[in-house]
Design a protein around this ligand. Structure first.
Ligand SMILES: *Cc1c(COP(=O)(O)O)cnc(C)c1O
Length: 491
């Protein structure tokens, strides 16, 4: 069962099941849904799972959560991992140094870790909508990776429509092409004149707009969300952290029960929340190391206890998926550690004063599980070049983890870093790093040059983008978004 992070307002049920929480992800007082209890995993579990596949492990964990979805549906949802590069190992763990391992989470159709959760989540949500004979609109604002993964997951699904807003000029060419060439008749992609914050704000004001809600109601359409405020994504993001540990055991790098570090390039904190839940369930994580870029709000929180956005502006970096100041899933950690009353208080402070401060005990409690460090673009580019010369290619997001590995990892035990995207989505930055220049390359040119000089492959799904027909041409002012969506829903 699931409960609300800011308490219950009397209009929603007090406890809800999984299907309710994923179809209606917004909870009382603007809060989120979080699990009442977490199942426990122990040494016996790890020993048993060392003989199972990734899909079998996922199914076991979903069963431990006892969610209200039939097993045959879960199995079909998990079959989508068969479409990843290696169907037996959708999230391979690669050894890069004696104590450094990369959990490669980007081997799905859209080449970012968002596929790990959105592929099965999309299947389950569509199944529920159809079974209940309800229609859903899924709105997504994207800085580049959530958009393609959401569109891919819901393409041609019955009873579901997806509208995806992206900042025009704010994504890579590859990311934009992944969206604007989407073929499903139920998909609509709209570019916004503005940055990612503008796209996200546009989405929020739409959700608050009475005329918009009226027009959805008239057409019997419900709203849901596909970003990581939806617990349906988080549950799949617990599994790959557990699988990385089981891989370390299989590869004889650790004995069952020994500890390891997990390092995560973080933005909205969904990936890190998955690791936190895994740790609480019993995964022997020494600490979860959070890597930020220059938008270092999470590093501030986890090292000083202060979350202050009153004097901050969003800065652009070479790791755009981490260019974020309001990190939604921190709320679920605050709730889990300090309860709903305190969580609500902190979240109100954030929205009213753009600021909150944890007391010393609270900060200590966070630091039992987390530590954090940030790095700038210069570090990312230098790190990409350094690792590429040693034969391993890190994308600009994953590169930020190396700072954590090199500076805040304290014990001499294995460290797993989560690789959240394939280099092919950020080819111009990769080539700048490799050649130590500041030239402006097109994605196509940079892809070819980078892959030639390092002999690394470009997957077909990326190469073919440049030949595909562009089907979504809309780039609109903020004031035009509502009309554009309403027209799409009517048509
Ligand atoms: C979404 C994303 C992140 C941030 O993940 P969160 O779960 O939001 O913290 C990091 N890197 C890449 C490449 C992403 O697409």
């Amino acid at each position: 069962m699931f409960i609300e992070t800011r308490g219950n307002d009397g209009k929603n049920p007090k406890k809800v099941q999984f299907s309710y929480a994923i179809l209606n992800p917004s909870a009382s007082f603007g809060g989120l849904y979080a699990p009442c209890d977490l199942p426990k995993i122990d040494e016996n579990f790890f020993a048993k799972m060392a003989k199972k596949s990734y899909k079998e492990l996922t199914l076991e964990i979903l069963k431990l959560f006892d969610i209200d979805i039939d097993e045959d549906i879960l199995k079909k949802a998990l079959d989508l991992y068969d479409g990843f590069d290696d169907k037996n190992s959708p999230a391979p763990l690669v050894k890069v140094k004696p104590d450094l391992f990369v959990n490669e989470l980007y081997h799905g159709p859209t080449r970012a870790f968002k596929d790990m959760a959105l592929q099965p989540f999309g299947y389950i949500l569509s199944y529920l909508a159809k079974k209940r004979n309800e229609k859903y609109l899924i709105l997504a604002a994207t800085s580049g990776d959530t958009g393609p993964a959401t569109l891919n997951a819901f393409e041609n699904k019955e009873n579901i429509k997806v509208v995806c807003l992206y900042p025009d000029g704010g994504t890579s060419d590859v990311q934009r092409l992944q969206m604007v060439t989407s073929e499903g008749k139920n998909l609509k992609v709209v570019g916004i004149r503005g940055n990612f914050d503008d796209a996200q704000n546009a989405l929020k004001s739409l959700l608050a707009s009475n005329s918009f809600k009226e027009s959805l109601k008239k057409q019997n359409i419900n709203l849901s969300a596909a970003n990581s405020v939806n617990f349906g994504r988080i549950i799949f993001q617990i599994v790959y952290h557990i699988s990385s540990y089981i891989e370390l055991i299989k590869q004889n790098e650790l004995k069952i029960g020994e500890k390891f570090y997990i390092t995560i390039p973080s933005g909205n904190f969904g990936n890190a929340l998955g690791a936190y839940y895994a740790k609480k369930m019993g995964l022997p994580i020494e600490k979860i190391l959070i890597a930020s870029n220059i938008n270092n709000i999470l590093t501030d929180l986890l090292t000083t206890g202060i979350y202050d956005i009153s004097k901050r502006e969003l800065l652009q970096s070479t790791s755009p998926a981490m260019d974020i100041l309001i990190s939604s899933n921190v709320e679920r950690i605050l709730f889990d550690k300090f309860g709903s009353a305190r969580c609500k208080e902190l979240m109100s402070d954030l929205s009213d004063k753009k600021f909150y401060k944890l007391n010393k005990n609270e900060l200590d409690a966070l630091r039992e599980d987390f530590d954090a460090v940030y790095s700038d673009d210069e570090f990312a580019l230098e790190t990409i070049a350094r690792f590429a010369k040693d034969g391993y290619v890190l994308d600009p997001h994953t590169a930020t983890c190396i700072k954590a590995y090199e500076t805040i990892k304290q014990k001499n035990i294995p460290c797993v870093i989560c690789s959240t995207a394939e280099w092919t989505k950020f080819a111009p930055t990769m080539l700048n790093a490799l050649q130590n220049d500041k030239e402006k390359y097109s994605d196509k040119e940079a892809l070819e040059k980078f892959s030639k000089s390092l002999h690394v492959k470009i997957p077909n799904s990326i190469n073919s983008l440049f030949e595909k027909k562009i089907l979504h041409h809309d780039v609109v002012e903020k004031s035009q978004i509502e009309k554009s969506i309403v027209d799409f829903l009517k048509g």
